[in-house]
Design a protein around this ligand. Structure first.
Ligand SMILES: Cc1cc2nc3c(=O)[nH]c(=O)nc-3n(C[C@H](O)[C@H](O)[C@H](O)COP(=O)(O)O)c2cc1C
Length: 199
């Protein structure tokens, strides 16, 4: 193993959830970069090798389609439909979603068995973390969002999936890092506080 213990810990500690990305027009994410993140994702541990993760990398057309779903949900939550405020929120949200350099949706194939289902969710979360670390290593930031577009019927239609077969568990907003990612989250309780070493 060529990577040192220090380097690995440094990478893990440095990764932050990111909300600010460089504009995709100037700094697009390449398909190769996304592919490398997905390659890391699929090596996550998963019990009984169920490999429950599925990924949808949005192209321009689908991202545009989902921008209006995202904006509608956001505006409906924050303002009275038909008002100027609603329209302003809607338009700003469309622009925000369209501007995301890349969006990857992550879904979990739903097992019948409740125990397997729980384990599969854990496996998918591990896959997302692998993906985020691989992205970070390349200067790419990620925000794992569990926002309302994941529950919207139109989202499932856009990716041609049925909600009773696959559950969307994350929208990953990805882009080249712009500035400092919220240092407010760069804190954790020390290991000693969350660990008991037993006799
Ligand atoms: C299951 C899960 C769901 C999350 N959902 C959201 C979300 O909807 N919106 C968001 O901004 N961040 C979301 N996050 C990111 C967390 O807010 C973030 O990891 C946390 O603030 C710690 O910051 P860090 O990732 O920079 O360490 C989610 C993270 C996880 C693990």
């Amino acid at each position: 193993m060529s990577i040192s213990t220090e380097s690995l810990l440094k990478l893990i500690e440095a990764r932050r959830t990111c909300y600010l990305f460089n504009p995709k027009e100037q700094m697009p994410l390449t398909d190769e970069q996304i592919e490398s993140c997905l390659q890391a994702a699929i090596w996550a541990p998963n019990h009984k090798l169920t490999q429950p993760w599925r990924f949808w990398v949005l192209g321009e057309q689908t991202q545009l389609e989902l921008a209006s779903v995202y904006a509608q949900l956001r505006a409906d939550k924050r303002a009275e439909p038909g008002t100027e405020n609603h329209l302003a929120i809607y338009n700003a949200a469309v622009d925000k979603f369209k501007a995301m350099p890349r969006v990857v949706l992550v879904g979990q194939v739903l097992a019948e068995d409740v125990v397997v289902r729980k384990e599969d969710y854990a496996a998918c979360a591990c896959a997302i973390q692998n993906l985020q670390l691989m992205a970070w290593q390349q200067g790419i930031g990620t925000q794992w969002s569990t926002g309302p577009i994941l529950q919207a019927e139109q989202t499932y239609q856009a990716i041609n999936q049925q909600a009773d077969k696959v559950e969307l568990i994350g929208a990953l907003y990805m882009g080249h890092l712009r500035g400092d990612c919220s240092s407010q989250n760069a804190k954790r309780k020390p290991v000693a506080e969350v660990t008991e070493w037993l006799a």
